[in-house]
Design a binder for this molecule. Structure first.
Ligand code: HEM
Length: 509
């Protein structure tokens, strides 16, 4: 290079005006360099954590797979699950390891020393940070031991009577509404309201007036909206989380009052007729050795956690139950045959726990319907320390580890013809389904396994069985009926449009 030419170039006098400009340029270059370095660092950290796991080689800067998580689809989830038994993804720099196989999903659920449930960000705002659901380890085990006493056979036999009465009340209303307007209607909201009414009455009995149940039911939709995986993180007025907090406050007013009333009722010698009564009675039992000092607020928080954990999943299960029965008339016919037989054709007889025990086909149907369309497809956990998931992969501390259930529940080895709805697979004690109970992850596994399994399956069985003898229903199939909408849990995209008519009584009744 001719040095003379070069030196003459640098000798050119610098005009004074660009001084400011050059300062700004320096600032811009520095900022750009810094941002560039951060972006490179982001990619490097992602790739370092991901190691050899399947998943995008690069993460979208800053937001990662945020767009996908805003509008989750079964297709995207399935692509991720099928990409490997363990795979990686990043959303807003949260590093996530998805487990799709039975082995790895169960490992996450059953290793409390390395991972604990990580509810969506909004949950702490809505449920309140001192709610029992955020407990872990020994404290959690002890609290759950107390709560298990609310789901004994004795307790369930109180609840089933309440559920039966509420269900029949709602069906009368469904039929009255259908008589006024016989066009098919989505059952998204009607089924939710039935569940909410039944649950509030099972948990709180008549300690809450009708207006309170209606208020809790109506406001509850705001809570569901705030349960989405991704929500605006701050509770500013107008946001979903803010609305959910207002809904919780309204519900709490009623639930605390119900706890106080249950204490008074049992102290005055009344027999338990709801969960809160049962709880107070258990605490007073001289043989009960656990903690006794539960405040009204604490009891309200537990009931609220049950509503929170149950409402969506149970509604999803029930709606798919109705859809599956209308799309499989041969299965519905078998359920009806069993109902008339066990009830001796008396359709007004309230169902009891003993009667349910004599309805194996109904129970098999509920189990199978939940398998084919599991309401909860995955549960987010967080690695509390480096978590050696496999021989050659350790999830870094702080990363999200998400066990997913769909592949376990649709494993063709365990469930031949896995997409077909076949209740019979549960009736054969030697079937691969019964031989592999570890695959049935509908309610999770390990220390945080769903506490409401018996209550939820009893409710679904009762509602569908009672519907089958009191009503006929036709499914208005649309292009969206078989498509899945994910609103925290799974729903048919068109809301399952049904047309109800009263069913004639059986001949000998
Ligand atoms: C079809 C209905 C339901 C389904 C599919 C379902 C599913 C689940 C699943 C997958 C989990 C997480 C389990 C884990 O992490 O291993 C869970 C937890 C839980 N469920 Fe359910 N659930 C249902 C109904 C209910 C009902 C009716 C109640 C209350 C009465 C309830 C209360 C809870 C609670 C409190 C937890 C957290 C337990 C803990 O952390 O110890 N669920 N449920």
């Amino acid at each position: 290079m001719p040095t003379s030419h070069f030196s003459s170039f640098v000798d050119i006098p610098v005009p004074s005006l660009p001084f400011l400009f050059s300062q700004r340029a320096t600032w811009l270059y520095t900022t750009a360099a810094l941002v560039g370095a951060l972006l490179v660092l982001e990619q490097s950290i992602y790739r370092y954590k991901k190691k050899h796991l399947p998943g995008a080689a690069w993460t979208i800067p800053i937001i990662g797979k945020f767009a996908d998580s805003m509008k989750p689809t079964m297709e995207n989830y399935m692509a991720q699950w099928n990409s490997g038994e363990l795979s990686a993804v990043s959303v807003f720099n949260i590093f996530i390891v998805m487990a799709s196989s039975n082995h790895y999903s169960r490992k996450i659920l059953n290793t409390p020393t390395h991972a604990e449930p990580c509810l969506v960000n909004s949950a702490k705002h809505i449920l309140m940070p001192d709610n029992w659901v955020f407990l872990t380890g020994k404290e959690h085990i002890e609290y759950r031991r107390i709560l298990n006493t609310l789901f004994t056979k004795k307790a369930l036999s109180i609840y089933i009577g309440v559920q039966d009465a509420i269900t029949r009340k709602h069906f009368r209303q469904w039929l009255a509404d259908a008589a006024k307007d016989p066009s098919p209607k989505p059952i998204m909201m009607t089924a939710r309201n039935l569940n909410m009414d039944a649950s509030v009455r099972v948990f709180c009995g008549n300690h809450i007036p009708e207006s309170g149940v209606v208020e809790i039911s109506e406001k509850y939709w705001d809570i569901t909206q705030a349960l989405q995986l991704v929500n605006f993180p701050f509770a500013f007025p107008g946001t979903n989380v803010y609305k959910a907090i207002q809904a919780r406050k309204a519900a709490f007013k009623w639930l605390e009052m119900a706890a106080a009333k249950a204490k008074i009722a049992i102290a005055s010698g009344a027999q338990p007729h709801c969960m809160l009564d049962e709880w107070v009675q258990v605490l007073q039992d001289p043989t009960y050795k656990g903690r006794k000092d539960f405040s009204d607020r604490e009891m309200a928080m537990v009931v609220f956690s049950f509503l929170f954990a149950s409402q969506d999943a149970m509604s999803s299960g029930l709606i798919y139950g109705f859809q599956h029965l209308s799309d499989h008339p041969e299965i519905l016919a078998k359920i009806r045959e069993e109902q008339y037989r066990v009830r001796g054709n008396d359709i007004n007889k309230p169902i009891t726990l003993e009667m349910l025990e004599s309805m194996p086909y109904l129970k098999a149907f509920v189990k199978e319907s939940l398998r084919v369309k599991p309401p909860v497809t995955m549960v987010p956990y967080r690695a509390t320390k480096p978590f050696p998931l496999s021989d050659n992969y350790t999830a870094p501390a702080g990363s999200m580890v998400i066990p997913s259930f769909y592949n376990s529940l649709h494993d063709p080895e365990v469930f031949p013809d896995h997409d077909s709805l076949t209740p019979e697979r549960w009736l054969d004690p030697n079937s691969p389904a019964n031989a592999n109970p570890k695959n049935y992850l509908v309610f999770g596994s390990g220390p945080h396994r769903c506490i409401g399994i018996e209550y939820a399956t009893m409710n679904m069985a009762l509602v569908l069985a009672t519907a089958s003898i009191l009503m006929d229903w036709e499914h208005h199939q649309t292009a969206e009926s078989d498509k899945v909408e994910i609103i925290a849990t799974l729903f048919p995209k068109d809301g399952c449009q049904l047309k109800f008519t009263p069913r004639p009584r059986p001949q000998s009744a």
